[in-house]
Design a protein around this ligand. Structure first.
Ligand code: FEO
Ligand code: CA
Ligand code: CA
Ligand code: CA
Length: 617
């Protein structure tokens, strides 16, 4: 076995070097297989992937830009629990790349946002449909036969998109903030967008997080050239100009598209979508085993740029506890504690509708406290502009500002070590933090490399106080710090930690997302393409396990119950190509197909150990 295995009992592989190759590299003794790239048919009439698939066809295929995911075993036995050879893979699709989505866009004039606009300034309605169907979540049955994983046709295979009917639950349901033409009683909406990371409930349902939803909307309300948006739009960055993809500009004027314009001026008796953005920014619960189930937006968990959600292991008779980060510069980390106790017999989504949302304050002395965001407490009162619990939740960021939570360096994924209850969070970077704005939990000005923080609750997971420490300051060999105080080395330098997962054996998996604008350039070139590493939480030792192709980020990680198959996602390969090179057909990645006739495609990658062993061991 590899010599490097000597140090950590958890890490049994030789670390691999950084890479700039257009391929997946895994350690000696491991293999990688591509599964379910964007466009693979999974349901309906199973239309094959083609450059010119219609919008409706995209709705029967795997979406674009894979992100968080989970493997739900279907049946059978394994050394741990559930089948390790057959399951429902549930995958988020964070956003779409119009350049690769629309064959007709090749060589067609793109506006400054990279959108194919028609000469009249409108969007082609079928392109809009294709983009909306490229978003959301894929549920697909997969099976391992003779060592190869493939799609299985199954009635449970399903696409959830930016158009799928959904219900609002929890304190915001039925409130004035979410009444729209589509749902005059404020109980329903359509679709989920920008689904970044995910969560898995103790009752085995899937949660998908709505992250950068705000830019999909516009609100052009202006008063004397000054933007005049309500805080539930402005505090989240709803656009005052054009929306991200211009869905509101669809040339057929259909209701499900024009709702992305939330301007008062656009509102009329037949188009009143001033509140549509308030139906987004939530955690959405999906039952993957029931293809007819209606996804539920769980408003008690707060409204922000949810990266994902992670749970403490449930304890019979005690509340359930979960955490979620708000990924934007100077935003916060939250915790939710259910009002009702967990019972294995009755557990369900209702536990996410009634509880207390807290926001974290990290203090300089290494302790921290959870500040409740409860109407009537901590000054969250009508005198200070908060009218109800629904108001507090729709305006979660404003409430967190008011109570004085700690502004973090972009909280991305969290992970819970189920054997210790220790919680980890990645803080991916924040180059806008000044020296005066540093604090013990966000100690670096112009934090270009990011870091990982961890804490233990003082007492049980419902505690109002915790103890925290920095697990690793990411970065170069000269500017980084591991748990033992030493710097990272060639075996493990990394920057911009994002995806994070603690497997049942206690290994902490770390995935990186250096942005498209920085990747392979300047100070970031030393880290190569985005990568995945493994850490030993006890010793703080870290080893590079995987490097990805050109222009992508690695995000999403889960294993089968026996931990002998690992799934990861490669998102947005080739995204670093310039407009000029794209227009000239000079793509910088053709991963995974390596076919000059088609575009690079996001995909899931299956990793196995050639001797059949536990991944990472
Ligand atoms: Fe979608 Fe914060 O990453
Ligand atoms: Ca992310
Ligand atoms: Ca990203
Ligand atoms: Ca990221």
């Amino acid at each position: 076995s590899p010599a490097a295995a000597a140090n950590s009992p958890l890490l049994g592989f030789n670390p691999i070097p950084v890479s700039e190759a257009d391929t997946i590299v895994v350690p000696e003794g491991y293999s990688a297989q591509v599964l379910i790239p964007w466009g693979e048919p999974i349901t309906g009439s199973y239309p094959s992937y083609r450059l010119d698939n219609s919008g409706a066809e995209q709705g029967m295929q795997i979406g674009q830009h894979h992100d968080g995911m989970h493997f739900f075993p279907i049946e059978g036995q394994s050394p741990d629990r559930g089948s390790s050879t057959e399951g429902l893979l549930v995958v988020n699709h964070e956003y779409v790349e119009p350049r690769y989505l629309h064959a007709a866009a090749v060589g067609q004039a793109l506006d400054s946002d990279g959108l194919p606009l028609k000469s009249d300034g409108k969007r082609d309605a079928d392109q809009v449909l294709k983009e909306m169907n490229g978003h959301g979540v894929s549920i697909v049955r997969i099976a391992n036969q003779n060592g190869r994983w493939s799609i299985v046709r199954d009635a449970r295979n399903r696409r959830i998109t930016a158009l799928t009917p959904m219900e609002l639950q929890g304190p915001v349901r039925g409130s004035d903030w979410v009444k729209t033409k589509y749902s005059p009683d404020g109980t329903r909406t359509r679709g989920t967008i920008n689904n970044c990371a995910h969560g898995v409930t103790p009752w085995n349902t899937y949660l998908t997080a709505e992250e950068n939803w705000a830019g999909y909307f516009r609100n052009g309300d202006r008063d004397d050239q000054k933007s005049n948006l309500p805080r539930e739009h402005s505090r989240y960055g709803v656009s005052t100009g054009t929306s991200r993809y211009g869905w509101d500009l669809a040339d057929n004027g259909a209701d499900e598209y024009i709702r992305f314009d939330a301007s008062t001026k656009a509102a009329s008796p037949t188009q009143d979508y001033r509140n549509e953005p308030n139906a987004f920014g939530w955690i959405v619960e999906i039952d993957p085993f029931n293809p007819n189930s209606v996804p539920q937006k769980r408003t008690a968990l707060g409204r922000f740029a949810h990266e994902g959600v992670i749970f403490q292991p449930p304890v019979e008779g005690r509340p359930i506890v979960c955490y979620s980060g708000d990924d934007a510069r100077f935003e916060y980390v939250y915790k939710y504690v259910s009002a009702q106790p967990y019972s294995r017999a009755t557990a369900g989504g209702h536990l996410l509708d009634n509880g207390t949302l807290y926001v974290a304050r990290f203090k300089e002395d290494g302790t921290g406290e959870w500040l409740p965001l409860v109407f009537g407490r901590n000054g969250l009162t009508p005198e200070n502009g908060f009218r109800s619990q629904a108001d507090v939740l729709v305006n979660t960021r404003s409430a967190a500002d008011f109570v004085g939570a700690t502004k973090m360096d972009r909280p991305e994924w969290g992970a819970v070590d189920s054997s210790t209850g220790t919680v980890y969070f990645t803080l991916t970077n924040n180059t806008r933090r000044t020296a005066e704005q540093t604090d013990a939990a966000n100690p670096r000005p112009s934090n270009q490399w990011g870091h990982i923080i961890r804490w233990n609750e003082m007492g049980d997971p419902t505690a109002q106080t915790f103890q925290w420490e920095l697990f690793v300051l990411a970065g170069s060999e000269s500017d980084s710090r591991k748990l033992n105080g030493k710097n990272l080395s060639a075996d493990n330098i990394f920057a911009c930690p994002d995806g994070l997962w603690c497997d049942a054996g206690g290994r902490l998996w770390i995935q990186t997302d250096i942005s498209e604008s920085e990747m392979n350039k300047g100070d970031y070139a030393q880290f190569g393409n985005n990568q995945m590493l493994v850490a030993d939480p006890k010793t703080g030792e870290i080893r590079r396990f995987l490097t990805g192709p050109i222009g992508q980020e690695i995000t999403g990680v889960v294993s089968t119950p026996d931990r002998r198959t690992l799934f990861i996602n490669v998102q947005h390969p080739g995204a670093t190509v310039t407009e000029q090179d794209f227009a000239a057909g000079r793509l910088n990645s053709r991963w995974p197909d390596q076919n000059q006739q088609i575009y690079p495609r996001s995909a899931t990658v299956v990793i196995t150990k050639n001797d059949g062993g536990v991944i990472g061991s």
